[in-house]
Design a protein around this ligand. Sequence first.
Ligand code: AMP
Ligand code: GLY
Length: 463
Amino acid sequence: MSGLRGVEGACAGHNLGPGRLHKVPLKTVKVLVIGPGGREHAIVRSLLEDPNVSEVHAAPGNAGIAKLVPTHAINGNDPAAVAELAGKLEVDLVVVGPEAPLAAGVSDAVREAGIPVFGPSKAAAQLEASKAFAKEVMAEAGVPTAMARVAANAEEAADALDTFGAPHVVKDDGLAAGKGVVVTNDRAEALAHAQACFDAGGTVVIEEFLDGPEVSLFVLCDGRTTVPLSPAQDFKRIFDNDEGPNTGGMGAYTPLDWAPEGLVQEVIDRVAQPTVDEMARRGTPFVGVLYCGLALTSRGTRVIEFNARFGDPETQAVLARLKTPLGSLMLAAAKGELDTAEELRWSKESAVAVVVAAENYPDTPRTGDRITGLKKAESLEGVHIIHAGTKLDEEGKVVSAGGRVLAVVALGSDLVEARERAYDGVELVQLEGSQYRTDIAGKAARGEIKVSSGTGTIPVVKG
Ligand code: AMP
Ligand code: GLY
C-alpha cells in the first residue's frame, strides 16, 4: 500500500473525438479521519483507493495508519481541536470513526466550521449514546425491537427482570464500548450488573431476550436518503462458542449467504428509513452510518441496538469487499447528496476478519509487547492486517497498545477459503499472551446457521 497519493495516474485523458479531450477529474478530495482503531485503519485504507481522494490525514491514528498517511497527535474527542485541525489542513471532508467523539459533538464543531463531515451530530448520535433514547425513537417510528423498561433503582430493576423472565438482558444506558450489556440466566448476576450501573450514577435498560442469529447492517445516511452496505456478522463474546464476557467484537465476516433474501430491503423499509425519517422530523437529521444491530428471531427481525458509526471489526471485512470509491460516497452523505450516488459495487469474494487481542482483554489488557510476523502474514494471498491497539515504540517497532490489537483480514473465493487464509495469517502473527477466537465464520462456512421461519415478516408495532 502506498503512502500519500499524488495526482499521478489521474490525468490520463480519453480522446472523445476530434479536438475534444475529456480529462478524468483530478483527485480533489482531501480527507481527515478521526479515531485510533481498526475501523479507522480500514477506512483510511479504502479512502486511499478512491481515485477522487487526493490526500488522507488521520488523528490520532495508530501504527498501521501512520504507515499510510500523516497522523496528528490531537485529542480526537475534543470538538474544538478537531475543527481547528480540519481548518488548518484545509480538508474537504472529515470522517468521524468512533462513538466517543460523536457523542462529544465533534461533528457539530466541524460542521459549524463549514467543513462537510461524515458523522452524526451530538443530538443524532444519541441513537447510540442512550439506549433509552433509541428505544423512544424506535417506538415513535414503529421500528420492531425488544420490549424494554428503563430502571433507575434496584426495585425497578427486579420488577423489570421478573416481567420479562430469563434469559435476562441488562444494559447500561450509556456508552460502554460494547461491554455494558449482560445477558444471563442468573437473576443475581443481572441484578448485580444493574446495581453496578446505578452505583456509577447511571440507569439501565432491561429487555426481553431475543433469540436467533445476529446481523450487523451498516446504512449510509445523508439525513434523508439511506444506502445499505453488505450485511456482516460479528462475534461479540471473548471465547469460542460465544462463551465468556462481551467484547467490542472478536471477528467478523461478510457476505451472509444464509441470510433470508430480501432482508436488507426489509431492514431499510422497516428500520433504517423510518428511523432516519423520524430523526429528520425531530430536527436532528442523521448523517453518517446508522449501524443496525439485528436479531433474526423466530418472531421476525428485531433491532438489538443502533450505533451511530461503523462497527468494529465488521468494517474491516465489509470495506474489504466494497468496490465503489468510499470517499465519494462519504462526501455525498456529508453533503446530503446520497440520492445521486451510483449503485454500490461489491467484490464477489468473501471476507473474514479475525481479531488478535491482548492477554487479559476485555478486562485490563496487557500492553507494550512487540508484535512480529506482520509482513509474513501480509505476504499471504488475499491477506492484509488492520491495526487497532498498536503503536510504534522508541525504536520504531510495532508494540501492543490496547485490548484489541489487530485484525487479520482475508478475502477468498468463498467463506471457507477466506477463513483458511485469515487463520493462516493469524498463525504467523506473534504477540506474547495474545488470544483469538478459532471459530470466526466457522458455522457459516459449514452451512450450519439456521434462520427460523419468523424472519422476513416484521410485524407493524406502533407506539
Ligand atoms: P448491544 O450493546 O446492545 O449491542 O448488546 C451487545 C450484545 O448483547 C449483542 O450483540 C447481543 O449479543 C447481546 N444482546 C443485547 N440485547 C439482547 C437481547 N435483547 N437479547 C439477546 N441478546 C442481546
Ligand atoms: N462490533 C460491534 C461494534 O462495533 O459495536
